[in-house]
Design a protein around this ligand. Structure first.
Ligand code: ZN
Length: 138
């Protein structure tokens, strides 16, 4: 990757429902129509039962902080310090994201804290779902 060049994800057919949803302010994962397993990241088949009968499922956007690390090195598009977190959605799947609108400190970032999704537009095609504390003023 070029130094200083910002990494922007690219939508593929498998992830299109996710990026389309995000650009409309919706967090969309997938759910198996056979066993009802809800999962992320996008795959054309269910990771529980192998069925290809899967459909997009819109999530509530509520999540809890599952784990995180704080990076003290600036990265393209991120000022240090910033958190790299795994959140667990109310619907079950976990996803890697950043926690925003809160100090990036261990004191402020408490495991299991309630979070809600917020969206950051990176380009016309790509909007990233980020998470902030429930009750944050944004
Ligand atoms: Zn399944």
């Amino acid at each position: 990757m070029d130094k200083g060049k910002r990494y922007v994800p690219v939508a593929t057919p498998e992830t299109k429902h996710f990026w389309d949803g995000a650009s409309q302010g919706r967090l969309v994962v997938q759910q198996c129509q056979q066993c009802e397993h809800t999962y992320f990241p996008p795959r054309p088949f269910c990771c529980e039962c192998g069925s290809r009968d899967v459909a997009p499922r819109e999530c509530s956007g509520r999540a809890r902080l599952y784990s995180y690390v704080i990076s003290h090195r600036a990265a393209p598009g991120f000022e240090a310090p910033y958190s790299i977190a795994v959140v667990e959605l109310e619907e079950g799947p976990r996803l890697m994201t950043n926690i925003v609108n809160v100090p990036q400190t261990p004191e402020a970032l408490v495991l299991d804290m309630p979070l809600r999704v917020t969206f950051k537009e990176l380009s016309t095609e790509i909007t990233l779902p980020l998470f902030e504390p429930q009750g944050a003023a944004s």
